[in-house]
Each structure stands twice: as C-alpha cells, then as structure tokens.
Design a protein around this ligand. Structure first.
Ligand SMILES: [Fe+2]
Length: 289
C-alpha cells in the first residue's frame, strides 16, 4: 500500500483504508506475493492467468505497482490479466487505472482473428495453439462494503458467441472471470449479480476450464455443459499469509493436452507453507480425456 494523501480518501476509499489497517494488511503480505512469484517463475509455465484484485483502494500509485508486478511475472504475450472488484473500487479515469495493465488485458492477433474484441474491451480472446482464453470483466463500481460483480447481458452474449466460435475451431477454452460464476458460491453483497444467467450461458455454450478468484479459497466444481464437462476452479489469494483465517497463498498449474477426441487436464497446486517455503499441496487429474 503506497502512502495515501488525505484528498484521495474523500470517498469510498476512506472505509477501505480503515479496513486495510484493521486487518487486510496483516493477511495480505508483499513478501508472500514475492515468494509465490519467484516459485511460479521456477515452474516455467507457458502462460500465466491473473484473475484480478491487484489493488486495494484504487489509488493511481497502486495501479502502477500492480503493472510493475505484472511485468515481473512475464511479458504481456505470456501473462493475461482481468480486473476484479477492487480494481474498479472507485470511478476514475482509465489512464490512471486499469489502462496501465492494457498490454496484459487485450487480445493477441491469433485470438482477435477468431473473435474481434468489442469496443467495450471485454470479452477479449487470446489464442495459443490449441488453447484459447476468453477473458471477462465482472468488475463494477459498487457502494461501500459491497464486493459484487456483474457480467451483463451484452458481455454474456458476446462471450457465448466467442465460446461457440472457439468450439467450432476445436480449441480448449479457458474462461477467466474474477467472481465465482455459480450462484451458490457467493451471496448478494459479494457475488456475481447475474450468476444464474452466466451459469446458463456456460451450460449452453460450453467451456473446458473456468478460472476465478474472489473467494480466497481452493474450490473445484464440475459443470455439465452442452459440449462436455467444464471445471470451475477458484484459488486462494496469491498474497495471503500462512495461518490466517483464509487459506494460505496458492496458485495452480494446469497441464492441458489432447487425449483421444477429448482433453487431459492435470492440476498441480503450490501453496505457501511458511514465510520462505512453497510446497506442492495437491496434484490431481481433473479429466483423463
Ligand atoms: Fe474480489
């Protein structure tokens, strides 16, 4: 958290600032984030997906620091990011906000050739060989103490069309969304307002993997869709200290390969076990083919 000027707190940020000093700063630690970032680099993943909430109060300095962290993860062609509810904490000019992350939050040429990005910026599509990412934004400014999100009818319709196009191309589809997409996963104050409609869209148009954040917990749900099973997976925060109320910092590695006429997905979880130790806490085959 950078130093905060008083005039920057003359809105919703004041409550968030108090919240931060009352608790969040104790559990979300820069040194834990750095530990996880270094461990992740050693695994040499082909691609890194970041599902949002990179800032707390939406201060311009926070957006710059988050941009530096994204650059540390890798070049924009190897890192994809989407915004979370904290990244839309207060209404601000995008130049000072998420536009700082734009190289990590836009289509690549291969993705745009299949599905051109709408003016609204989301969904955007990135393609890497057999794998495509459909990146959604559920980030909306809300009243204080409300961490809800929404995809909205226009973005849902575009996402449906993108998923259909990618299915016709025979690609493995990874949907990125900050809020958990299933209705039971979060209540009114912090959930996705159109979770029911998003779930219906996913069921009708299909996806192979749906990755989300927001809940700070490892969860796996299998959703039956028109094109086969979609695995909906949430992961703990990447900066959560060990021994707190929420699970310690973790990230997941997904090894994805064609198997017969389907896909094999293996998930490996790596979690912080102490201030300087990360361990492989889980290895699981989600789908054999
Ligand atoms: Fe969130």
């Amino acid at each position: 958290m950078p130093r905060v000027k008083r005039r920057e707190l003359m809105n919703k940020r004041m409550l968030g600032y108090v919240n931060w000093h009352r608790g969040r700063k104790l559990v979300h630690r820069r040194e834990i984030l750095d530990l996880m970032t270094h461990d992740l680099a050693k695994q040499k993943p082909d691609h890194i997906a970041v599902t949002g909430d990179l800032v707390n109060l939406g201060l311009p300095e926070e957006f710059l620091r988050a941009a530096d962290w994204l650059k540390q993860l890798g070049s924009p062609d190897r890192v994809t990011a989407i915004p979370g509810n904290h990244d839309a904490y207060v209404r601000m000019h995008p130049d000072a906000g998420t536009l700082q992350w734009r190289p990590f939050m836009e289509a690549n040429d291969e993705g745009a050739a299949l599905f051109p990005t709408p003016d609204s910026q989301f969904p955007f599509v990135r393609r890497f060989g057999d794998i495509a990412i459909v990146a959604l934004s559920s980030a909306i400014p809300t009243l204080p103490f409300i961490a809800a999100g929404k995809i909205g009818s226009a973005q849902r319709a575009l996402a449906a069309s993108a998923l259909d196009t990618l299915a016709r191309a025979g690609l493995f589809r990874v949907v990125l969304i900050h809020h958990p997409p299933l209705r039971h996963q979060a209540g009114w104050y912090r959930g996705l307002r159109d979770a029911g409609k998003v779930t219906k869209m996913l069921k009708q148009h299909g996806a192979e993997l749906v990755l989300h954040g927001h809940n700070h917990a490892q969860t796996v749900h299998e959703l039956a869709t028109a094109t086969g099973p979609a695995f909906v997976i949430g992961v703990p925060s990447a900066s959560e200290a060990v021994g707190g109320r929420s699970p310690a910092a973790r990230y997941n590695i997904y090894a994805i390969a064609r198997a017969g006429d389907g896909w094999r997905i293996e998930m490996t979880g790596r979690a912080a076990a102490g201030p300087d130790h990360v361990w492989e806490c889980e290895r699981r085959i989600l789908r054999a083919r």
